[in-house]
Design a protein around this ligand. Structure first.
Ligand code: ASP
Length: 455
């Protein structure tokens, strides 16, 4: 607690430091997911092409693939509230853990919220302008929407349709957190978690330290259980893809390609537009030199698809290549590996809006603001592990009344997008560390630095 090092947020941070056999298992699972995706797509397309509207296809969708996919989703939903709550509380509590670095902690918090806000705004603008999900068969979408809403009625009831603007804003502050949790009112739960995290920050006694440990324990357990659920993903993806492609046919492939293109475009704008500006104006650092010096970390992030697994490399790059003051860079990077995930926030924003377009759900400005806020917070609350976004996306979808089954469409291309957004997450953390080091001034850094400054 009084020392900043890579272990400082070990419980959250090392979730992704999987040993070699875990990585091998993960690769195998990815392959199975891909096979499930392709097989489901092929079977669904065959059904769509050779027996369109046949009774047997309906039967399979209603009694086999539909329910199987639902089991997977319900298991995810069951775990996501404890997971998000624990990740947010711990993330916030850690930001101010070290008394001497409170100012750095505050800067990190403000920076994270502002830059994530910019990132999400860019991603929402891209989907709204390019509308990659438009133009699918409306009747089929309406059908699926109805079916999805009925299946997930318990989950979807929290959708905000009946509330007015002021009520929606007010609803962010829950009167009863248990009710908020039982209704899957994600924003209200996140608000409570943030508030609770600040409380833990303010009351630093042995008992609150135990409490924080306990909450970290909840996070670890939820992560492990989600790991079990994800093993069912190949079967679930097969079912989702079969259902979707049997109803939408070949349209689906074009939409999917457009979705991938929009995610990549949004990530590229943040990486090559926003980051260079932040570096140039807030840290007086040449973006070209920065990208060259951080190459090792971006390659690592891209290939592992885990910010947490990339943390050791990012720490080394910050100290050896960027020559940042270790005390500040270690703090910012350790927190950032979980809490500052621009790529993740952007991906979640694009995905939710794309699926809303796909299923013909019109989201008004207020609902989009809701999505934006949730994505900013989700960037803080999503675990920095491969596929960490998945449960969060499912939850946001149900929150805005879009069938969570749509997630099947995304999962098939998720591995590649995960690699790309993780690279952005890690580069974003290094940009944050560079900017916050510059803003905190060399004097402060030197005064509190236990190690000699490099260079
Ligand atoms: N894989 C991402 C990371 O580790 C999290 C996610 O968006 O799924 O940063």
């Amino acid at each position: 607690m009084n020392d900043i090092n890579g272990n400082q947020s070990a419980t959250v941070a090392d979730q992704g430091d999987a040993p070699a056999e875990n990585m091998a298992g993960h690769k195998r699972l990815q392959l199975q997911i891909l096979i499930g995706f392709i097989a489901g797509l092929a079977a669904g397309l065959a059904a769509y092409t050779f027996s369109p509207g046949a009774d047997w296809v309906d039967f399979i969708v209603t009694y086999v693939t539909g329910p199987l996919g639902q089991v997977f989703l319900r298991l995810l939903f069951m775990l996501v509230i404890p997971l998000l709550f624990a990740a947010l509380v711990v993330g916030i509590a850690e930001m101010g853990e070290i008394g001497a670095l409170k100012r750095v902690g505050l800067r990190t918090l403000v920076y994270t919220v502002v830059v994530s806000g910019i990132a999400v705004a860019i991603s929402l603008a891209c989907v709204n302008i390019l509308r990659p999900g438009d133009g699918v068969d409306r009747a089929a979408a309406a059908d699926l929407l109805e079916q999805g809403a009925a299946n997930a009625s318990g989950i979807v009831q929290a959708s905000a349709e009946a509330k007015t603007g002021v009520e929606q804003v007010l609803a962010i502050v829950p009167t009863n957190v248990i009710t908020a949790m039982s209704e899957n009112d994600i924003l209200a739960v996140m608000f409570f978690a943030l508030f609770f995290g600040v409380g833990i920050l303010l009351v630093q006694t042995p008992r609150t330290a135990t409490l924080k440990n306990g909450i970290e324990g909840v996070f670890e357990v939820a992560m492990r259980l989600i790991g079990f659920v994800i093993r069912l993903a190949p079967i679930a993806i097969f079912c989702f893809m079969f259902n979707l492609s049997a109803q939408f046919g070949w349209d689906l492939l074009g939409k999917l390609a457009a979705f991938v293109a929009v995610v990549l475009l949004a990530l590229a704008i943040q990486m090559f537009g926003v980051f260079p500006l932040l570096l140039r104006f807030l840290a007086s650092k040449s973006p070209v030199a920065f990208f060259r010096e951080t190459r090792e970390a971006s390659v690592m992030a891209f290939s592992t698809a885990s910010s947490n697994a990339t943390l050791p490399t990012a720490l080394r790059v910050a100290e050896n290549e960027l020559k940042l003051p270790p005390r500040i860079s270690r703090f910012v990077l350790t927190i950032g590996a979980t809490a500052n995930q621009n790529g993740t926030a952007m991906f979640e924003g694009v995905t939710v809006l794309f699926l809303a377009q796909f299923f013909g759900v019109e989201l008004d400005l207020l609902q989009q603001a809701f999505v934006m806020l949730v994505c900013i917070l989700a960037g803080i609350g999503t675990a920095g592990v491969p596929g960490g976004s998945l449960p969060v996306v499912a939850l946001i979808l149900s929150g805005v009344g879009v069938p969570p089954e749509g997630i099947g469409l995304i999962l098939g291309v998720d591995r590649f997008l995960d690699m790309c957004r993780t690279a952005l997450n890690v580069v974003g953390d290094l940009v944050a560390a560079t900017v916050i080091s510059a803003l905190s001034g060399k004097d402060e850094a030197r005064a509190s630095d236990p190690l000699p400054l490099p260079g």
